[in-house]
Ligand binder design. Structure first.
Ligand SMILES: Nc1ncnc2c1ncn2[C@@H]1O[C@H](COP(=O)(O)OP(=O)(O)OP(=O)(O)O)[C@@H](O)[C@H]1O
Ligand SMILES: [Mg+2]
Length: 257
C-alpha cells in the first residue's frame, strides 16, 4: 500500500509544486517508486513543470470519463504523473469525492505525493483529506508561516500525520524568520531548508525539476536529503560520493595509459 503525502500550504506560490516534483524526482533517483497527483485542479502546474503532454487527465477520472490507466503517465525521470487539465472547459463536472477511489489505484507505488491547491477552500481541503501524511511548505515570513500554523490545526482536526514544514525561498537575511521561530510558531519540525535560487526557474524553462536539472546544487541535495529521510534510506551527499570515487582515480589514469 502506497504512502500518500500531501504537499500543502496556506499561502499560494510558496513552492508546493516545486517541492512535490523535486521530491518525486529525488525518490525515483533513490530507486523508490513514486508518483505525483496534481490535486490543484483549478490552477494545475505539475504537468507543465515536468513536461507531460496529456490528453486524458485527473479531471476526466473525477468526472467518471477515464480509467486510471489512461491518466497515469510514466515520466522519463522514473516517477508517475497524474496531471490535471489545463483547459477551463474540463472543470465542470469534476467530483472531488472520487479522489478516494483514485487512492485505491496506486498498488504499484511506494510514495504518492499530492500537490495541493493553496488555502483551505474545497480544493485545498480535498487534497489535505486525501493524504495520510502532510508536508507543509512556507517561505520564512510571518504571513506564510501563520497560514501554515492554521493549516496545521486543520490537519490535526482531520487526524493527519504532520511530517513537518519545508522552508523555501530563503534569502538568509536577518529580517527572515529563523527555523527555530518557524518550528515554534507552527509547532512542527522543520524538515527542509531551501534557498532562493534562480536555477529553479532555469530548470522550469526546460521542464526539469532542479534535482534533474543539476543534481549537485545545494537545493537539489536538500531535496535528495529530504526524500531519503521520507523513504528511510541513507543520504549520501554528492560531494562525499565524488570524494569516494575520486579515491579510484588512479585506476582511470592507469587504464588511460
Ligand atoms: N527555492 C526557490 N528559488 C527560486 N524560485 C523558486 C524556488 N522554489 C520555487 N520557486 C519558483 O517559485 C514559483 C512558485 O513555485 P510553485 O509553483 O512551486 O509554488 P506553489 O506553492 O505550488 O504555487 P501555487 O500555490 O500557485 O500552487 C515557481 O516559478 C517556482 O519555479
Ligand atoms: Mg502549485
Amino acid at each position: 500500500m502506497a504512502r500518500f503525502i500531501t504537499v500543502a500550504s496556506g499561502k499560494g506560490g510558496v513552492g508546493k509544486t516545486t517541492a512535490a516534483v523535486n521530491l518525486a524526482t529525488a525518490l525515483a533517483a533513490l530507486g523508490k517508486k513514486a508518483a505525483v497527483i496534481d490535486a490543484n485542479v483549478t490552477t494545475p502546474h505539475v504537468g507543465i513543470s515536468v513536461g507531460v503532454a496529456h490528453e486524458k487527465t485527473l479531471n476526466d477520472f473525477l468526472k467518471g470519463e477515464a480509467a486510471f490507466e489512461e491518466i497515469a503517465y510514466n515520466h522519463l525521470l522514473g516517477f508517475r504523473v497524474i496531471p490535471a487539465a489545463l483547459s477551463l472547459d474540463n472543470l465542470p463536472g469534476v467530483d472531488f469525492s472520487r479522489l478516494e477511489e483514485l487512492k485505491t489505484k496506486f498498488d504499484d507505488d511506494e510514495i504518492v505525493l499530492i500537490d495541493s491547491a493553496p488555502c483551505f477552500g474545497k480544493e485545498g481541503l480535498a487534497a489535505i483529506k486525501l493524504g495520510d501524511e502532510i508536508i507543509f511548505v512556507t517561505e520564512p515570513y510571518h504571513i506564510s508561516v501563520a497560514d501554515v500554523r492554521r493549516a496545521g490545526l486543520i490537519a490535526n482536526m482531520l487526524n493527519k500525520k504532520i511530517l513537518g514544514v519545508i522552508v523555501n525561498n530563503a534569502l538568509k537575511e536577518n529580517y527572515e524568520m529563523s527555523t527555530t521561530e518557524i518550528a515554534a510558531l507552527t509547532n512542527m519540525d522543520v524538515i527542509g531548508y531551501l534557498e532562493s535560487d534562480s536555477n529553479h526557474l532555469k530548470g522550469l524553462a526546460v521542464k526539469a525539476p532542479l534535482v534533474a536539472y543539476n543534481r549537485a546544487l545545494p537545493n537539489s541535495q536538500e531535496y535528495l536529503r529530504i526524500a531519503a529521510s521520507l523513504a528511510g534510506v541513507p543520504y549520501i551527499p554528492e560531494k562525499r560520493k565524488r570524494r569516494f570515487w575520486g579515491m579510484f582515480s588512479f585506476l582511470r589514469r592507469r587504464t588511460a595509459v
